[in-house]
Design a protein around this ligand. Structure first.
Ligand SMILES: C[S@@+](CC[C@H](N)C(=O)[O-])C[C@H]1O[C@@H](n2cnc3c(N)ncnc32)[C@H](O)[C@@H]1O
Length: 309
């Protein structure tokens, strides 16, 4: 069974066909790799064989295995994923690391994760920073459902507040731009009053330029949510407003931390005007590619000589 599955995935151009065939078999059997190797004589029931056939057919279309199994590990935690959310990537763990490093010594840091998707960044930070106040926003209601489900599974639902909105619009108190949701309509005013003075605005925003869509892996183009990947013709449709709005949302001395795409370093650094931001840092990933940009909101406005609000 395994041997023919490997051949089939190989013929469909699926990378690492053996690993994929084994992983999907483990998923169907609810077993681990040790079980597979310890029981080569095990035959599949008709039901198991039909289910294996179904998932192999899905994988052969190029669908990422995480959308088939419904799971992806991030920061050592198990996240459920669906096609409403981006599959959490290992390189995004650099963003979590950078924030943890910057948060050292800050008591009860107040954070917001913009474009939370599966909730992986917000929930990893809530997990690591037990005294932090964590907020998470996304424009997609479907993504927020997954993020909330992950919060419950990780027993962090009392630690993270989720809100559906466009970038950081609530900072401007424009209730009109917030999509009403049952969680927030009754106490919206109170909630918005709290939606400022953050120590951290954290985000892995969509940043791929539509003009570069053909350079994106086929499986990403076909299966991952467009709004999680692409951000306008030049890739800055979210990062642009985000850097501006984050400045308003942060307290003086607060940090903006962003994951950036390959080759975006200069464009993003240029958005961070030296009159508004200090201490701009660019952190590389394990391959040496600039992956995270962090900048500190200036405490004093040079033009007014007073705190920037
Ligand atoms: C690259 S994904 C990141 C998801 C998750 N934080 C992660 O790192 O895996 C970007 C997320 O931003 C959300 N998004 C896109 N445009 C947005 C906007 N204008 N306002 C808020 N969220 C947005 C998408 O729905 C998606 O969940």
């Amino acid at each position: 069974m395994l041997a023919s599955a490997v051949e089939r995935l190989d013929a469909a151009d699926v990378g690492s066909p053996r690993m994929n065939a084994e992983m999907l078999l483990m998923f169907v059997l609810g077993a681990d790799r040790a079980y597979l190797y310890a029981h080569p004589e095990r035959e599949l029931t008709a039901e198991e064989a039909a289910r294996y056939e179904e998932v192999l057919a899905q994988r052969a279309t190029g669908m990422p295995s995480q959308y088939i199994t419904g799971h992806q590990e991030f920061w050592g935690l198990d996240f459920v994923v669906s096609r409403a959310v981006l599959i959490p990537r290992p390189e995004t763990e650099h963003l979590v690391e950078a924030v943890l490093e910057l948060a050292r010594g800050i008591e009860r840091p107040k954070l917001v994760d913009v474009g939370t998707g599966s909730g992986c960044v917000a929930l990893a930070l809530a997990h690591e920073l037990p005294d932090a106040e964590v907020h998470a926003v996304d424009l997609s209601a479907e993504a927020l459902e997954i993020a909330r489900a992950n919060a419950v599974r990780l027993q962090l639902e009392k630690r993270v507040r989720f809100l559906q909105c466009n970038v950081l619009d609530p900072v401007f108190d424009k209730s009109v731009s917030v999509i009403p949701s049952e969680d927030f309509s009754p106490s919206r005013g109170i909630y918005f009053a709290k939606f400022r003075d953050f120590d951290f605005v954290v985000s892995n925003p969509p940043y791929v330029a539509l003009s570069e869509a053909d350079k994106v892996q086929k499986s990403v183009q076909e299966f991952e949510p467009t709004m999680a990947v692409f951000a306008g013709l030049h890739g800055t449709d979210v990062i642009g407003p985000l850097t501006e709005q984050a400045h308003r949302a942060l307290k003086p001395g607060g940090w903006l931390a962003l994951e950036i795409g390959y080759s975006m370093r200069d464009d993003v650094v240029n958005l961070l005007s030296p009159t508004m931001w200090d201490d701009v840092r660019v952190m590389p990933d394990l391959q040496g590619i600039p992956r995270v940009v962090a900048a500190k909101k200036k405490a004093i406005s040079p033009s007014h000589g007073s705190a920037v609000l």
